[in-house]
Every structure is written in structure tokens, then in C-alpha cells.
Design a protein around this ligand. Structure first.
Ligand SMILES: [Mn+2]
Length: 385
């Protein structure tokens, strides 16, 4: 059994002011080319299909085109889709029953009724059955109705509870599709700036919950990586979606599942972007000379001590897709230092006191100070748990 594992397409995403639709179509062509060559039995799309819960008309058209082409290239293959945190589960499930007849299975929302289970799709190959479990992005609040009696507060409890309810037959091969923030034994995955994180790490889930699966196809983290020693993989995004990803290589996974007990064979299929994303640093003259990046997306940092005249206008004559222009010299570093000093001298409580003064036009009285201090201590203690 061979399948493609992709995630975080973020169709319709903008990189600063630039729409990436053309860039996305360019890599989708490469995925279709690979599908023609490799003839996988299934294609797994593990969440964040769209960048927004209400995607633009152009984004919907692009996904429509991709799905249709994929199905035409692989008429017999199953396409398995789950929603991510950027998707609207309800909207993604549009025409779900109809699409099922075409071999396209969509899970937009996790099970929410008492008798509902995780969506399961079974395929058979000469080595027997493979069960695919389609678990879309799950929040504790999704399960409030399903588990009325129990208190499910954390993301880990939510996923644990749902998986416990499944009677997973471990004599068969099992594959999970999931879109969450997984870590292994406390060691965090390598993240980047284009992901949304929850404050305080409340969204973290340990991969020990996933031990029954022969392969776990993950979405959510934008850098391709294996988590822990098991078979849990993030495929990463097909394109660089933030400047922090400039040095990453983007790809998707081609997975071959042998007999039960055999380690799956995982290959990375490199994707070539239409436009590269580069970080350029140097004096204005040095940067202007890097004409090989004229068509790329560029993040520019100028280091001239004497700030040049109208640098933006000069740079725009050479570079077609400027994302940002920063200046890093003595003057800007001094300003940054000043900010840092200010931050150090004022505690958060003092900041609140001056905020109070600004709003109320007077300083706090003793009772107010005490109340504020109590609330502050509570926050500190709560955060340290
Ligand atoms: Mn994402």
C-alpha cells in the first residue's frame, strides 16, 4: 500500500501583500506529476486545506481544480481529507456524502454525539486491511456534548478520550490522520512563524497516545519532521509560508506500508517553488547587486551606517517581490537597546499601575493596590502550575 501524505496547503494564503495562488498551483502541478508517476493508492490531506475559515472564491476554485485533477490522475485512489484549525469543518464537509461515492472522504468535525466515532475508511491490499482514522482538528469544547458528565479541559484529554473509544484492532495495520500540536516526552517539534500556537502550551499532546498506529500522518507544524521514535510524521507545508522558513526545504511524504509489523518506508518528495523566498542582508549597494533574486520573494535587511536616500524606491527597481525592508545599524540597535532597558526597569505590576493612572486620572489607593496585587499573584501562581 502506497500513499501520499500532505498537509497545511493553506490555499489562498498571502505572504505579506502577495497572493500565493499562482505559487500554490505551481506546486500542485508537481504533486499531480508525482501522482502520475507513483500511482499511490491513497492521498492524505491532513488539515489546513484553506488558510481561512471563509476562503476566497479563488481559493475554493483552486482546491476544486486540484481535487478534480487528482481524481482524474488517480481514478481508483482514495482521497482522505481532514480539517485543520484554519478550516471551517462544516464548510469543508460540503457535499461529503456525494463525494464519498467518488472515493473522496472528508472529516471536518470530530465526533460530537454520544454514539459518534472517529471516521474510519478501510482499504485492502494483498497484505490485508488498512484502517485509516480521520481525526480532524479537535478542541476540548468540541466534545462538551459527547462527554457531558466528564470534564475535558485539555487537548490531550480530548484526543485521548476519542482514541480510547475506538476499538483499534492492532492485528491490522492502522493509520491515523490528525491535525494537532504533538510532542514526544516533552521535547517540542521545530516550529516556525506561520503556525498558530496556544499560550501556555495547552494544545500540546504527547505521541504516547498514538502507539497503536503503524503510521501517523500529521498536520499543523509547518516544518517536515518525525516526532519521537514512533511512526509519527509531520509532512510540513508545500511552500514557505513565513520568512522564518527561508532555509527550509519543502516536500511531501510518500509512504509505503508493508506487512503488519514492518517499518513503513518513508520518502520525501521535494517541491520546487515558482519563486524562492530569500533573506538578503548587506549595504544597499551589496543588496542591489543580487539581481539573481529579482523574481524571488525577498526579505531585505540594510546595514548601511549612513542611511541611504530612498532605499525602497531603489530596491523596487531591482526586486519584483519585496516582503519587508529592515535597517540594522548603530542607530536602530541603540533604539532597540533603549526599549529593552525600559522593559527591564518596569515590572508588569508597575505597568498596570501607570495604566490605571492613565485611565482613571489618579493613582491607585491602598485597597485598590491590594486587590490588584492579589489578582496579579493569582495570575503568577496559576501560570506556574
Ligand atoms: Mn497550518
Amino acid at each position: 500500500m502506497k500513499f501520499f501524505h500532505l498537509s497545511d496547503l493553506h490555499i489562498g494564503k498571502h505572504l505579506f501583500y502577495y497572493s500565493l495562488l499562482e505559487d500554490q498551483k505551481y506546486v500542485f502541478h508537481q504533486i499531480l506529476e508525482a501522482a502520475k508517476e507513483e500511482q499511490p493508492d491513497a492521498v492524505l490531506l491532513c488539515g489546513d486545506i484553506y488558510d481561512k475559515t471563509i476562503p476566497s472564491a479563488e481559493a475554493v476554485s483552486l482546491f476544486d481544480w486540484f481535487l478534480t485533477e487528482l481524481k482524474e490522475t488517480l481514478p481508483k485512489a482514495l482521497i482522505l481529507i481532514i480539517a485543520g484549525n484554519h478550516d471551517s469543518g462544516e464548510r469543508l464537509e460540503f457535499a461529503r456524502e456525494l463525494l464519498e461515492k467518488e472515493g473522496v472522504f472528508i472529516a471536518g468535525l470530530p465526533p460530537r454525539e454520544t454514539d459518534e466515532k472517529i471516521r474510519k475508511v478501510t482499504m485492502t491490499d494483498p497484505a490485508g486491511e488498512v484502517c485509516f482514522y480521520l481525526l480532524p482538528f479537535t478542541k476540548p469544547s468540541h466534545l462538551r456534548k459527547k462527554y457531558e458528565e466528564e470534564k475535558i479541559d485539555s487537548y490531550e484529554d480530548a484526543v485521548k478520550k476519542l482514541l480510547e473509544e475506538e476499538e483499534i484492532d492492532t492485528t491490522k495495520r492502522n493509520v491515523l490522520l490528525s491535525h494537532q500540536f504533538y510532542l514526544s516526552g516533552g521535547s517540542e517539534p521545530l516550529t516556525c512563524d506561520s503556525e498558530i500556537r496556544m499560550a501556555g502550551g495547552i494544545d500540546e499532546i504527547d505521541t504516547r497516545l498514538l502507539e497503536d498506529f503503524d503510521y501517523v500522518a500529521l498536520g499543523h507544524i509547518h516544518r517536515a519532521q518525525r516526532i519521537g521514535k514512533g511512526q509519527c510524521y509531520y509532512s510540513g507545508t508545500p511552500l514557505k509560508y513565513s520568512v522564518s522558513e527561508a532555509s527550509h526545504e519543502k516536500s511531501f511524504q510518500i509512504v509505503e506500508l508493508g506487512e503488519k509489523g514492518q517499518e513503513p518506508v518513508v520518502r520525501k518528495k521535494q517541491l520546487k517553488p515558482l519563486r524562492e523566498l530569500c533573506v538578503l542582508r548587506g549595504t544597499l549597494q551589496e543588496v542591489l547587486e543580487q539581481r539573481e533574486h529579482a523574481k524571488d520573494f525577498v526579505s531585505i535587511t540594510l546595514t548601511d551606517e549612513e542611511e541611504p536616500y530612498m532605499p525602497k524606491e531603489q530596491l523596487e527597481l531591482v526586486f519584483d517581490h519585496i516582503l519587508e525592508i529592515r535597517i540594522d545599524n548603530e542607530r536602530t540597535r541603540r533604539i532597540l537597546d533603549l526599549y529593552e532597558e525600559e522593559e527591564e526597569t518596569e515590572s508588569l505590576f508597575e505597568s498596570f499601575a501607570s495604566f490605571f493612572e492613565t485611565v482613571q486620572g489618579r493613582s491607585m489607593n491602598e485597597a485598590e493596590q491590594e486587590a490588584a496585587q492579589d489578582a496579579w499573584n493569582e495570575i503568577i501562581e496559576g501560570g506556574a502550575e
